[in-house]
Design a protein around this ligand. Sequence first.
Ligand code: CAA
Length: 301
Amino acid sequence: MSVAHGIRTLGVLGAGQMGLGIAFVSALRAKVPVLLHDRSADQVTKGLALMDKLLAKDVAKGRITSDLAKDARDRVTVVNELRGMRDVDMVVEAVSESLPLKQSIFASFAKELRPDAILASNTSSISITKIAAAAVPADVSAASDAGKASAGRVVGLHFFNPVPVMKLVELISALQTTPETLDRARAFAVACGKEVTTSKDVPGFVSNALLMPFINEAIMCLEKGTATRDDIDTTLKLGMNHPMGPLQLADFIGLDTCLAIQQTLYEGTRDSKYRPSVLLERMVDAQWYGRKNGKGFYEYT
Ligand code: CAA
């Protein structure tokens, strides 16, 4: 039996490439009003400009009417502070991969949002169980009914980049997540037009426990001089039909994000097979973050 997601208004925290993409599919596909918040006004302006561009392209290609595009755009409202989201039925956090940052955000969610709102994280690797623990108010025991209820509405809802194009959402249950939260989050992802897979709350979940060692191995091949950048990427693109080679994909995801995920995998498992390559660390030291700032394994103008 399919479960109704019951989301009448969604909050999205973070207007970067992931947050914006989530706002886009929620407004266009799930047809849900979205309140978007980012502490950077510049990021919001850039995000909304991208949304306008994507909607205009869909209209130009005859996929949607201009009325549908306008309705989707009108469903997105920018709010200047978290408090502006206090009445949402669900919020999706899509900020950078930092546990302390996410913990402080989920503590604020618990304080500012409705007690029955679903609290989802788009993290690509960080423990949902740790994030859920942060949603228990400081004066409440995590083992009490109130503590279990507060943490029980936290769930991992992992979208893939570019969100409007990629068909998958990975759903992750924390130790505390209730079955109702999981069902409603799944129903919402389906309403956004996504296929859903589920993963246990292990470092990197299924997606990045598989993808990151692959990307890291490609960087180590480059570091060791096994092959050139272009030959590594061409081998995977033409030999295995990957849409992008692993070095190009690392740039696309963001080298800082790849390193953060690899560190989570390595620290979370203590398994040397996940140790980030020195070259990746050095590139992030140099602040070469890939496509997002114009320099990674490739140059972008
Ligand atoms: N936002 C929205 N749409 C985008 C986009 C973006 N950033 N980039 C490309 N697209 C759209 C294009 O507009 C185009 O749409 P139309 O069909 O409507 O014209 C479509 O994608 C195809 O784009 P292109 O023709 O320009 O280029 P392409 O055929 O090479 O495809 C790609 C681009 C879809 C990004 C493809 O190269 C691809 O699938 N790459 C792999 C992406 C991937 O693996 N993503 C997952 C990364 S891991 C992750 O996100 C999560 C994590 O935890 C790290």
